[in-house]
Every structure is written in structure tokens, then in C-alpha cells.
Design a protein around this ligand. Structure first.
Ligand code: NG1
Length: 461
């Protein structure tokens, strides 16, 4: 059972959370000349392992960080949403809750607020608007899912200020995941589920389609260290196109395997690699990859060339949803993408078992192999992440790997709690001092935490 979303008193917050809430309430009063009704604290996340598996229907193993997007909300009499943020350089976002919401320019932070507002529009026919103030401590572009924390935080704020109270964390996790695709990314459901369902002192094993979660206790003598590669991993422009392309490549790979298994009817209802296991339960996971390896060369090819090699027609290899699909002549790398996903799914199982048994060495091996596979088969690493991962290993970390979508962002690793000061001192010398000559304080780029709980709603009285 998960805690419901009934607002809690600010008195039950941790000291540092209470201070943040008090500051945000004060700022809200100054900006909107009235007190907010609620404040929502929505955490970011790291992912220990299970990268790019969620949208393929395979599990993930994230944990919520102790940094949040904080959202204060007050209701309005009209149907306007007015969202402001204390983040420097971001203009207020104002829109009317009417008809079908349209996204603004790509990368606009208001698109995440609109993505969230869709849930309110779906529930209420003529919804009232709200004043919203957002303040965040989840670093942006760090692979820590500040975007989903913003969607979940503003979404909960809007629903609560509209008086909707029968909210289930479970149902909302799935609804927010679909809603976030509004911004143009074919993302999976890991981030929103972790943001809503995470538990303190535990990682969260999440399975999808249907959504299921179970908590995995985190070793008491370790912290999770997060180090920023100094390359922003914002999913806009090229990184978004690269992410969506991988989703497409995996779908086409799933179609291709189903076709090769000879069931051309079935192939038409398969869009995710994990669907293969449900449709062909007698086939071992490894055999799917063997088929692709046997029939396709290890190089990117346009879909018509793939169809020719498989003796299929192009249409039968095209996934059902064409949302954000790449141009038809885009070269697709099926073999390597599928190899990453199938092997990563196996590694999630090993990592979960290792965590449960306290076998830090096995966890280390699984996380290191995951990083190698993200780099070589999924091709989502970059030189700075490689240097940082090597440095973290030299500094004694357990299992350094990129976390989140990749293309920059952060690495995640385990460090014994009593070795944290030494770890940070060494990584500062080995990575940050070299990357940022002239700078002396690197505390903004790395931090450590123990797993935190999912989103909290605080009533302001
Ligand atoms: P980030 O790191 O937040 O961009 C993305 C997706 C996840 C998952 C990971 C890769 C979003 C909101 N989230 O995370 O669903 O696919 O990449 O494992 O796009």
C-alpha cells in the first residue's frame, strides 16, 4: 500500500524541507498577494540500472534523490494558469485551460506545465485556473529527471487546487508518463513512477505494462554519489531526436524478431521488445537476439533495406504509433539497440539480487557492464562521461555509470558512507579541477544522498 496523496501538515516535514516550504510560501505571497493553498515537493531521481528499458517494457531500478521541484499553488476564479519560476531567465508561462492545449516552442519550460495541466482538463469540463510558483533544487540537464519532477509537481498542484482529492499515486504515475510525451519525447514511465512511488532508504524496482513496483532495501553503510559530467543533457533538439530514434529502432527490432519467428499476424501487434516474451513464451530471451544477429548485418540501415533482407514488406515492420517517427530513409541500428535492451534487462535482475543480498561486488559488475553497453550498443555516452566514470572508479566508487537518458548529464555510483569526504576530494582533483581550471569550489557539481521518499503534498494553513 502506498501513502495516499492527502495533504500533510508542514510540521511533519524534515527540517530542511520545512525551511524550503516556508521560503516558497513567502515568495508566493509576494508574487500573488495571497497565500498558497498547497505546496508539492516532487523529487528527482537517479537510476541505478535499467537504462532505456522502460519504454521497451523491461524493468528499471531507480531511487528518489533528496532534491525536489517545489510547487506552490493557489486557485483562481477564471480559467487562466499563471506559472512563474524563481529560476533565473525563465519568463512566466500563462495559458487558458480551454480546448486542446498546444505546446509552445520546443524547450519552453511552460510545455511541462501544460503537459501536466492535460490531466486536469481530462477530469473537469470547465476547470478553474491557478497561480503557480515553482522553485527547484533538482539540477536541470543533469539526467536527474527535473522535467518529470516538474510535471508531477505542477500536475498534483493543479489537481489539488481544483479540489480533486481521490488521487491514486499508482494511476497518476501512468497518467503523468503519457502526459509528458506532450513535450515531444517518447519517454517511458520510470521517472514519474519513481517520483510518486519511491520509498525512503530503498531503491524501487519498477515493471511496466502493467505498472508494478517493489522496494529494494539499500545497504545501510553506503551513499549514492552523483557527479555531473558538466555536459548538459537537456532533451531538446538533437538529444530528443536521438532519444526518439532509439525508441523507434527498438520497436522496429521487436517487429523484425516477430516476423522472423514466422508469425506475421502477431508481428503486427508487437511494438516493444518485451512484448516478444509474452507472445512467444516458449522462446528464451537470448534466441530473439540470435535471430537478429543471424539475419542482419551489424550496421545502420534504412527500413526498406531491412525489409528486403528479411523478405518482409516495409509496412509490416513499421510500429503502430508513428508519433515523432524519423524520416523513412533514416538508417536504423537494430542489432546493437536490441542487444543493449535484452542484456540490460538481465542486468536489472542481477543488480536487484545483489542489492538484496548485500553483494556489492556483483552490483559493481552489473553497473559497469551497463555503462559499457550504454556506450557501445546504445551509443548514449560522451567523452566527458567516459572520463568521469574512469575517474570515479579510480577514486574507489562502486559501479560508476551514466544515469538517465545519457547524451551528457551525471554518473551514479555507490560510495561507503565513511569514505565520502575522501571520494569527493579525489574526484575534485582528478576530474573537476582538470575540467574547470581556475575554479576551486566544485560542491555544485556533485553530491551524495540516501534514497528519499516520493512526492509530498503539504497543506498551508
Ligand atoms: P531522463 O534522464 O530524465 O531524460 C529518460 C526518460 C526515461 C528513460 C530514461 C532512460 C523522460 C522524461 N524520461 O530520462 O523514461 O527512458 O531516459 O533510461 O524522457
Amino acid at each position: 500500500m502506498y501513502p495516499d496523496l492527502n495533504p500533510i501538515s508542514w510540521r511533519s516535514l524534515l527540517d530542511r524541507e520545512r525551511e524550503r516550504v516556508a521560503t516558497l510560501v513567502k515568495q508566493f505571497r509576494m508574487q500573488f498577494c495571497q497565500p498558497p493553498q498547497f505546496v508539492v515537493l516532487a523529487p528527482g531521481r537517479i537510476n541505478l540500472i535499467g537504462e532505456h528499458t522502460d519504454y521497451n517494457g523491461y524493468p528499471v531500478l531507480p531511487a528518489a534523490i533528496d532534491r525536489h521541484v517545489a510547487v506552490a499553488v493557489g486557485s483562481r476564479a477564471d480559467s487562466i494558469v499563471q506559472a512563474r519560476t524563481s529560476a533565473p531567465g525563465l519568463a512566466p508561462c500563462t495559458f487558458v485551460l480551454e480546448g486542446r492545449l498546444q505546446p509552445g516552442p520546443s524547450g519552453d519550460w511552460g510545455n511541462y506545465v501544460k503537459a501536466a495541466a492535460q490531466l486536469l482538463c481530462a477530469r473537469v469540463s470547465a476547470p478553474k485556473g491557478a497561480d503557480i510558483l515553482v522553485d527547484g533544487t533538482v539540477p536541470v540537464g543533469a539526467g536527474l529527471s527535473s522535467s518529470s519532477a516538474l510535471v508531477v509537481g505542477t500536475g498534483l498542484a493543479l489537481l489539488l487546487s481544483a479540489g480533486i482529492s481521490d488521487l491514486s499515486r499508482f494511476a497518476l504515475a501512468e497518467e503523468f508518463a503519457s502526459a509528458e510525451q506532450f513535450v515531444g519525447t517518447l519517454s517511458g514511465g520510470m521517472d514519474q513512477a519513481c517520483c510518486l512511488l519511491a520509498e525512503e532508504q530503498a531503491a524501487l524496482r519498477i515493471d511496466f505494462f502493467p505498472l508494478r513496483v517493489r522496494s529494494v532495501p539499500f545497504p545501510s553503510d553506503y551513499h549514492i554519489a552523483v557527479c555531473h559530467s558538466l555536459v548538459r543533457a537537456e532533451k531538446a533538439g538533437a538529444a530528443r531526436t536521438a532519444y526518439n530514434l532509439r525508441v523507434w529502432e527498438c520497436s522496429v527490432a521487436a517487429r523484425a524478431v516477430a516476423f522472423l519467428l514466422g508469425d506475421h499476424e502477431q508481428a503486427l501487434s508487437i511494438d516493444r521488445l518485451a512484448d516478444l516474451e509474452r507472445h512467444f513464451p516458449s522462446q528464451p530471451r537470448a534466441s530473439f537476439l540470435d535471430l537478429l544477429t543471424y539475419h542482419l548485418p551489424d550496421r545502420p540501415m534504412p527500413i526498406d533495406e531491412i525489409a528486403r533482407l528479411l523478405n518482409a514488406n516495409v509496412e509490416s515492420l513499421m510500429p503502430r504509433s508513428r508519433k515523432y517517427a524519423p524520416p523513412l530513409d533514416t538508417p536504423l541500428q537494430l542489432l546493437r539497440r536490441a542487444r543493449h535492451v535484452f542484456s540490460e534487462a538481465d542486468r536489472v535482475e542481477s543488480a536487484e539480487a545483489a542489492l538484496r543480498l548485500g553483494q556489492v561486488d556483483s552490483l559493481h559488475r552489473a553497473m559497469r557492464a551497463s555503462h559499457g553497453s550504454c556506450r557501445d550498443d546504445y551509443e548514449v555516452s560522451c567523452p566527458e562521461l567516459e572520463t568521469l566514470v574512469d575517474a570515479a572508479i579510480t577514486c574507489g566508487a562502486v559501479g560508476s555509470r551514466l544515469t538517465g537518458a545519457g547524451f551528457g548529464g551525471s554518473t551514479v555510483q555507490l560510495v561507503p558512507t565513511n569514505k565520502l569526504p575522501e571520494f569527493f576530494e579525489r574526484i575534485d582533483q582528478l576530474f573537476y579541477a582538470r575540467q574547470l581550471p581556475g575554479e576551486r569550489n566544485f560542491a555544485d557539481y556533485r553530491f551524495a544522498f540516501r534514497p528519499s521518499s516520493g512526492a509530498k503534498v503539504i497543506a498551508i494553513d
